[in-house]
Design a protein around this ligand. Structure first.
Ligand SMILES: [Zn+2]
Length: 450
């Protein structure tokens, strides 16, 4: 069955168009997008401007249960690694039922924040003892079911996680729930695909070069011959990781991946914070994408990526909410640009004078296209054949009222408009506005006050 919609304005091909007719096909994809049409009889007239939904390209759903619980310091030093040790506290305790409750809550928040699809970088597989569950995909299923329950699209990425570091051939005791090898990663991927749940897909991930043996990365890559699904990897998030990689392999992490001939357009480099220009050139030449997680990178003190060079290189870029300290894309884009302004003491770093001078518009279009690549899709946005994922913008919102269309995205991002999306649609279907907080509160109570 076709659904006929009409919007007073919509973001089509990188610009606001007026009076847009939108037809959703029976497959949940755009069958027609035609600007400049009056609202025809029988169409549902949407009350505000329409923006395409974005892919949230990097998520660890269970870490939503840790948001706000690591913002105190009791010792001289606190950094990414001490945060990680504390984060393992929840990783070691959370049950499949609690993971489902936390993920339902999170995915609902992300839908309200303008995301319509999440790439779940999933390494929490086994029971608290470290033994596999009787059904080894139990934790994958908790996430997939949560996405189904709230209407979020999902790309599940079971993670290869084998060792504690470059010079540490086994996992630490507190990493026992993460243990996988190439065979298990592929079985988990196949299990997810076998469920045939609507809008739930599966690729794979490598946790990082420190956590996977080089021969395993090659073996996984070889096993994916002919598979078009994405391959995600954390890379160059922390300078210590870069230094350890150089000590172990003689190369920086991105340079090592390029040197080994592993890259192609399926690869998505999560963070890619600490780079040299030759690495950016190598990534750009391969067609691989980069997933930036500005809120989490700020929270963890990771550093700032070389955004101007990534933009200029035409590398596909996307956004990830990662540890979920932020759960809306306008806020992530604000962090992304403001970090660059603070360190460079300039304004509108991401703008492209003469081509796309509006900063938020340029960033939005880049992460719209890059997010589709991170999910493994050929098309993005309000375009025929792309999945009909979109949000309705409240043009009467106090921050947006009276703002000219050309600056609407800038006002949304830099005006810090709260709750500006009035509805979110995935595959043409309106998602529930809000998950009840009860199951999340019960899971938090059980996790933190047992
Ligand atoms: Zn991550």
């Amino acid at each position: 069955m076709n659904t006929l919609l009409w919007a007073p304005a919509a973001w089509v091909n990188g610009a606001w168009c007026e009076q847009v007719l939108l037809r959703v096909g029976a497959d949940g994809r755009w069958a027609e997008v035609t600007p400049g049409q009056p609202c025809p009889p029988g169409a549902e007239c949407l009350p505000g401007p329409v923006l395409p939904g974005l892919v949230n390209a990097h998520s660890h759903a269970f870490q939503r249960a840790f948001v706000g619980l690591a913002e105190s310091r009791d010792s001289e030093h606190d950094d990414f690694w001490s945060w990680r040790d504390r984060m393992y506290g929840v990783a070691l305790r959370i049950t499949p039922e609690q993971l489902h409750a936390v993920a339902c809550h999170l995915y609902s928040e992300l839908l309200q924040g303008g995301y319509t699809h999440t790439c779940e970088f999933h390494y929490l597989h086994h029971a608290e003892s470290g033994q596999p569950y009787a059904s080894e995909a139990t934790m994958c299923h908790a996430l997939a079911q949560a996405a189904q329950d709230v209407g979020m699209g999902l790309t599940l990425l079971p993670v290869l996680y084998e060792r504690a570091g470059f010079a540490k051939p086994t996992l630490r005791e507190d990493q026992r729930r993460f243990a996988t090898d190439v065979g298990r990663v592929l079985r988990l991927r196949d299990a997810v695909r076998g469920w045939r749940l609507p809008h739930v897909e599966a690729g794979v991930a490598v946790h990082s070069l420190r956590a996977a043996r080089p021969e395993s990365v090659h073996a996984l890559r070889a096993a994916l011959q002919g598979d078009t699904a994405p391959i995600h990897i954390h890379v160059a998030e922390q300078t210590a990781e870069v230094d350890d990689c150089i000590a172990a392999t003689g190369a920086r992490p991105i340079a090592w991946l390029a040197r080994e001939g592993l890259f192609d357009a399926r690869w998505q480099l999560v963070h890619a914070t600490h780079t040299v220009p030759a690495e950016i050139e190598a990534v750009a030449a391969s067609g691989a994408g980069v997933v930036i997680c500005p809120g989490t990178e700020a929270n963890l003190g990771d550093g700032l990526c070389d955004l101007p060079r990534w933009l200029a290189s035409n590398t596909p870029l996307s956004l990830g909410s990662d540890s979920h300290v932020t759960r809306s894309w306008p806020e992530e884009l604000r962090w992304l640009e403001y970090g660059q302004r603070l360190v460079r003491r300039r304004r509108n770093v991401a703008a492209w004078p003469g081509v796309q001078p509006a900063t938020a518009a340029r960033l939005f279009d880049r992460v719209l296209a890059g997010g589709a690549g991170a999910a493994g899709w050929p098309r993005a946005g309000l375009a025929t054949g792309a999945r009909a994922d979109f949000v309705l913008l409240d043009s009467t919102h106090p921050t947006l009222a009276g703002v000219p269309a050309a600056q609407r995205l800038d006002a949304l991002v830099f005006g810090a408009a709260e709750r500006a999306f009035t509805a979110t649609f995935v595959a043409g279907r309106r998602t529930p506005q809000r998950a009840t907080a009860g199951p999340m509160a019960a899971a938090m109570q059980a996790l933190w006050h047992p």
